[in-house]
Design a protein around this ligand. Structure first.
Ligand code: ZN
Length: 317
């Protein structure tokens, strides 16, 4: 993918710039890169995210209830522990799935901030069950889980006004071939129902959901069910960060793990690129995804947080 075609035009313009002006411009560019490296902005390390993704994919297919997803959980828990991030498990059983009784587990990592109010960053870590071929879900299930594991490091290093919760959702995928009824979003539905029951929903102020963000040819459209102001903040940030080749202005409408949160009144945005030819095929493998795409989403999400916090802070006053 060509990220910015404007690059050619810029190169052409240099030839007409006199030396003195060139020096000033170079100094300005140096200042800009210093600004980008300011210590208050924690970094997303896509090479570490890539290693997480590689290890998850190496486990093989990871459908809900399988021994392999238990292996994935153990791996996520071990890595978050070494990052110094505490993690809780939310486990339950559902006897009414199309394949019978299934035991699910959401993983909930908490990074405390100045206040108890939470911003949840979520993604699913299960892969869709296919018996007829080997489905390792490098993008679908792998990219979101690896993203959450890496952003834990950045948030741990950040002084945050809000508490951040990284929510690894189980059972996003339908067991049946088709997505219908309650045979999907098992983890998000369970999480929201439990939060409504125990009252913890009151401190849940916003949800940022990531799903299928690793496509080598990443092109994320605005998602039509998502809360408009939250979507606006993220897309405006992408433009400011010159990453708008990844966050495009078109809109699409997708049912995903954000729906139960929206129904419960939580502002939510789904960052997803569903236009991925290997989607739900044996070809959803490591060679179809890239660290660069994870980096773009990591940079935009982290750069969006101050504006999201400011908006939420104002709303609660
Ligand atoms: Zn899927």
């Amino acid at each position: 993918m060509t990220v910015r075609g404007a690059g050619c035009g810029v190169r052409g313009a240099w030839r007409r710039v006199p030396g003195a002006v060139l020096g000033t411009l170079l100094a300005a560019i140096a200042t800009m890169s210093l600004h980008a490296a300011e210590p208050s902005r924690p970094a997303f390390d896509s090479s570490r995210a890539w290693e997480y993704l590689r290890q998850l994919v190496a486990i093989g297919p990871r459908p809900a209830g399988s021994p392999a997803i238990q292996q994935a959980r153990d791996y996520i828990k071990k890595e978050l522990a070494s990052a110094g991030v505490s993690l809780a498990e939310q486990t339950w059983e559902d006897a009414g799935t199309p394949i019978g009784r299934v035991r699910f587990t959401n993983l909930i990592a908490t990074i405390p901030g100045a206040r108890k109010d939470r911003i949840v960053i979520a993604g699913h870590y299960d892969t869709k069950l296919f018996r007829e071929f080997r489905f390792v879900g490098a993008d679908d299930g792998g990219s979101s889980a690896a993203f959450l594991m890496e952003i834990a490091h950045a948030l741990k290093a950040r002084k945050s006004a809000f508490t951040y919760e990284l929510l690894f959702l189980d059972g996003e995928e339908a067991f049946n071939p088709e997505w219908a009824g309650t045979d999907n979003t098992y983890g998000s539905r369970h999480y929201v129902a439990a939060a409504q029951r125990d009252g913890s929903l009151a401190t849940l102020k916003a949800l940022i959901l990531v799903d299928m963000i690793g496509d080598r040819d990443l092109r994320i459209k605005r998602e039509g069910n998502s809360t408009p102001w939250l979507t606006d903040v993220i897309w405006a940030t992408a433009k400011r960060e010159k990453l708008d080749a990844y966050f495009v202005p078109d809109t699409t409408t997708i049912e995903d793990d954000h729906i139960p949160f929206l129904r419960a009144g939580v502002p939510a945005v789904d960052i997803i690129d569903l236009e991925y030819p290997p989607w739900h095929t044996a070809q959803d493998t490591l060679d179809k995804v890239s660290a660069r795409s994870l980096q773009a989403v990591g940079d935009v999400v982290l750069a969006s947080l101050p504006a999201i916090e400011a908006r939420l802070g104002k709303a609660s006053r």
